[in-house]
Design a protein around this ligand. Structure first.
Ligand SMILES: Nc1ncnc2c1ncn2[C@@H]1O[C@H](COP(=O)(O)OP(=O)(O)OP(=O)(O)O)[C@@H](O)[C@H]1O
Length: 872
């Protein structure tokens, strides 16, 4: 609706009506104009009702009104007639009369002015009111309609939402049910037998009756699967088949009713073969093709296919194609070929990619109705080779095969399927001699019998479960290969004659049929579209390749896992080692710090003491055992003693007593020159960094056993590692090695090591690095006695005079001492060595360890030298 605007409908007087075309006119939207009009009309004494209307409504009303009036004019006439006759039932006209009493020119022209009164203004008023009410109703109705439409949309959406899952569910269920139905149906067919044999006996024909032949067939109506053949008056032969049809059984209700399940199997996607076998003139063609009045299995089967496809059209889509061929004298002929060229064309059987047999070049006519099928069957039948024999005037001289190709597509899951249904009318098995044929007919009969014999061989091989089935022995069996036996459903009609004249032939046919019935097929495999099969095959191959690749990848993955696990173990081990190293570093760092602190303390303390009593305090700066770095390797212990004869080595005392000091046994006590027993002592001092950067090692040894080794030698023994540690060795500083003879203690010799390696021996008891005798005595009392290496080796003690010490050579033989500058804690070393910040702790610890190792090596060398010098 447009924008609501106030309009005034003018109620014109009679004079204005003549000049105006309509009943009313919109005046102006403008309120001023309205006021003007109102005032004009008020002046003229006419009441003008103002009605709220939209412009569009007003226009529509103006458009509609003449039509309405036109429509109503005849009614008005009728109403007038009715009024005249007293009939007042038409309320519409009455209402119109009541409301619209407008003497319009139009009404006047139609002679209806007499209906309306002269009061035009009131009529207009009424019209306006009516119009307004109608418009309101219309608006209400339209809005209600809109609401209803909205509700409808909402409901439909809701329904869709609610129903969609239900629909999907039902669809799924339906698909499952269909599959189940197919399965059950197939099971039923399998239970009945994948190869089924029906026996059908034709009635005695007039000729046979005229010749007096009787029926050899005995049928019990209650037993539809059994028949007896009267061989002689006394003997009867009983045969059992899946169904036996007597002469009275008709094509549709009897025969095709039993055939129907097999045909439906073809529609479900199974390969099917229906064929008729029997003697000439027993009704094979009649059963398969039938007559125009009573059609046979071929037509009815296709009729059933079309009927079922229509029933399943909501879920399945089917396409049917027909080929028709004959095998005549072991040649394939296309019966649906239209011209002679195609007839002459040689057709061969080829195996397709999916393993089925096909005849390239064979006409495949798509059929869409049963009528088309019938026309084709008739046309193909006309092309069939027939000839006259004694047994049958129109005897089939070839095997006629109708192939129905069924392509289906499941609309629900998109599954494609292709199956073949073969409908075969075999040529009649006949005894050549009996039918008295010759020439071309004889040749035909020979080919027919040969192919039927091949069919018999195939059936025998199937019956005996022979792995080799001789399908290729004839064109007939080769064509039927994919639909005969194994995964197919086969239905055989064995046709017999009731005549006693054909007894022998009848028995042969029945025996053959009994053999066929004895075949037990395995479970039937559902056929699928060859293209689909090919795709599936390709996919299967691809899947196999992928599986192989996956297996390889899995193997490599396992190897990778193993490698990863081993590397993880290595990593864990390394982590543990790093943790241990860090811990060790921390410990060393702590110890070094403690040592540094102690050294600093002692240095400060000694300085203070020395400043006060320089002669009293000369105690070597041996720190407490617990606070010392691991000196086990720093001490000058002997290497582990070897198995020496007569050597008695005193085991080392516990380190809690005194480290580096061993108790010397009395038996090995050294004797001083004045025959006083002396205790050999060796004191190893912890390296101390002195302000003068000099360090002294003291080795207190018996004077008679001291062997001095040139300092160059001892430095050589230890310098290799040392040099490695300090590539740029700083200039050798003066260091002092003090040799302290025990007796007398006052006679202490000291050797001052110089950078040039020349030891400078002094006998200066008052050296600042030598202890006074009192102090030494105090140490001796505190330090447990230790057996010297010489003593431990039970070497004879030799008297040693103090004069010997004065001789450097003698002194070298007696004793030697290694003085070594310790770098740990040395400010010089700290300055000269650059260690990466992250490895400072580790580097320090390593340095310490290495130094300890070097010292240990030095000690071992020392001991070895001692032993060597002792033996010399
Ligand atoms: N069940 C039957 N009811 C009535 N007539 C039959 C029946 N079966 C066969 N006939 C008739 O028997 C005659 C021979 O039948 P048909 O030609 O079908 O035999 P055939 O086995 O096909 O012979 P051939 O092998 O020589 O082709 C036909 O005239 C046919 O109408």
């Amino acid at each position: 609706m447009g924008e609501e605007q106030a309009l005034a409908i003018e109620a014109p007087n009679s004079s204005t009506l003549d000049s105006q075309k309509g009943l009313c006119e919109p005046i102006q939207e403008n309120q001023d104009h309205q006021d003007t009009l109102e005032s004009d009309h008020l002046d003229s004494g006419v009441i003008i009702p103002l009605i709220d209307m939209t412009i569009e409504d007003n226009d529509k009303a103006l458009e509609k009104e003449p039509n309405q009036l036109k429509d109503q004019e005849p009614k008005a006439n009728i109403s007038q007639d009715k009024e005249e006759t007293g009939d007042t039932t038409d309320d519409t006209i009455d209402a119109f009369k009541d409301d619209c009493t407008i003497p319009s020119p139009t009404l006047k022209a139609h002679g209806l002015s007499s209906f309306f009164g002269p009061d035009l203004s009131s009529a207009l008023q009424l019209l306006g009111t009516k119009y307004n009410s109608l418009m309101k109703k219309y608006q209400e109705g339209s809005s209600r309609l809109q609401l209803l439409e909205t509700e409808c949309v909402t409901l439909s959406n809701k329904c869709l939402q609610e129903c969609q899952p239900r629909y999907e569910n039902l669809k799924e269920k339906y698909t499952l049910e269909c599959a189940e139905r197919k399965r059950l149906y197939n099971e039923l067919i399998e239970l009945k037998g994948n190869i089924r044999v029906f026996c059908r006996c034709r009635p005695l024909n007039t000729e046979e009756a005229s010749k007096g032949y009787s029926s050899v067939l005995e049928l019990d109506p209650s037993l539809d699967m059994e028949l007896q053949i009267v061989c002689t008056d006394s003997s009867r032969k009983k045969f059992r088949f899946d169904h036996v049809f007597g002469p009275q059984d008709n094509q549709a209700e009897a025969v095709f009713a039993e055939t129907l399940p097999v045909v439906r199997s073809a529609l479900d996607g199974y390969n099917v073969c229906i064929f008729a076998y029997g003697q000439t003139g027993t009704g094979k063609t009649y059963t398969m093709e039938g007559t125009s009045e009573d059609r046979g299995v071929n037509y009815r089967s296709l009729e059933e296919l079309f009927q079922s496809s229509l029933e399943r059209c909501s879920t399945m889509k089917y396409e049917f194609s027909i080929s028709m061929l004959e095998v005549y004298n072991e040649k394939i002929r296309d019966l649906l070929a239209e011209n002679s060229d195609q007839h002459a064309k040689k057709l061969e059987i080829k195996q397709t990619a999916d393993g089925t047999q096909d005849v390239p070049g064979l006409v495949e006519a798509q059929v869409n109705s049963v009528d088309e099928v019938w026309d084709m069957l008739k046309a193909g039948g006309r092309n069939r080779s027939v000839g006259s024999t004694n047994a049958n005037e129109l005897s089939s001289r070839s095997h006629c095969l109708v192939r129905v190709i069924i392509k289906s597509k499941n609309m629900l899951d998109g599954h494609l399927c292709r199956s073949n249904m073969w409908l075969v009318d075999l040529a009649g098995s006949e005894r050549v001699g009996k039918i008295e044929v010759e020439g071309e007919r004889l040749k035909e009969s020979q080919f027919i019998n040969k192919s039927l014999s091949a069919l018999g061989d195939v059936i025998s091989a199937l019956a005996s479960r022979n792995p080799h089935i001789p399908y290729r022995n004839s064109k007939l069996t080769h064509l039927l290969q994919s639909s005969l036996g194994r995964d197919c459903k086969t239905l055989m009609f064995v046709q017999i004659s009731p005549s006693t004249a054909d007894l022998g032939e009848t028995l042969c046919s029945l025996n053959f049929a009994s053999r066929v019935r004895g075949i037990e097929h395995g479970p039937v495999r559902k056929q699928s579209d060859p293209n689909e099969s090919f795709k599936i095959k390709q996919l299967t191959d691809k899947l196999r390749l992928e599986e192989k690749e996956t297996a390889k990848l899995n193997e490599s993955l396992q190897l990778m896992h193993l490698k990863y696990a081993s590397r993880e173990n290595v990593f864990k081990t390394l982590q543990e080692k790093i943790r241990d190293a860090e811990q060790t570093c921390k410990t060393y760092q702590q110890k070094v710090k403690e040592l540094e602190n102690r050294l600093a303390d002692e240095k400060n303390g000694r300085h203070s003491v020395e400043s006060r009593e320089p002669t009293k305090y000369h105690k070597p700066p041996l720190p407490p055992v617990k606070q010392r770095p691991p000196l086990g390797k720093l001490t000058n212990r002997l290497p582990p003693p070897g198995p020496r004869k007569g050597s008695s080595i005193t085991p080392m005392q516990s380190s809690t007593d005194k480290e580096n000091i061993l108790t010397m046994k009395k038996s090995t006590t050294y004797t001083s020159p004045n025959n006083q027993p002396t205790i050999a002592r060796r004191i190893s001092l912890v390296p101390i960094v002195r302000p003068s950067r000099r360090r002294a090692s003291f080795a207190v040894l018996p004077s008679d056993s001291l062997t001095a080794v040139p300092e160059t030698h001892q430095l050589h023994s230890t310098n290799s590692n040392y040099q490695r540690y300090q590539p740029k060795a700083p200039p050798r500083r003066n260091s002092v090695a003090t040799f302290v003879p025990f007796t007398p203690l006052s006679k202490v010799s000291s050797v001052t090591a110089t950078p040039d390696g020349k030891g400078k021996f002094t006998n200066n008891a008052s050296s600042k690095y030598s202890s006074p005798p009192s102090v030494q005595a105090m140490w001796r009392s505190k330090i447990p006695s230790i057996g010297s290496p010489r003593q431990r080796l039970r070497l004879p003690s030799s008297p040693c005079s103090s004069s010997a010490l004065k001789n450097p050579q003698m002194t070298n033989k007696l004793c030697f001492s290694i003085q070594k500058r310790l770098i740990v804690g040395s400010p010089t070393h700290r300055q000269s060595t650059t260690i990466p910040p992250g490895l400072s702790l580790l580097g320090q610890a390593l340095r310490e360890k290495e130094i300890v190792g070097k010292l240990g090596t030095a000690q071992r060398v020392l001991c070895r030298k001692r032993r060597q010098s002792a033996f010399q």
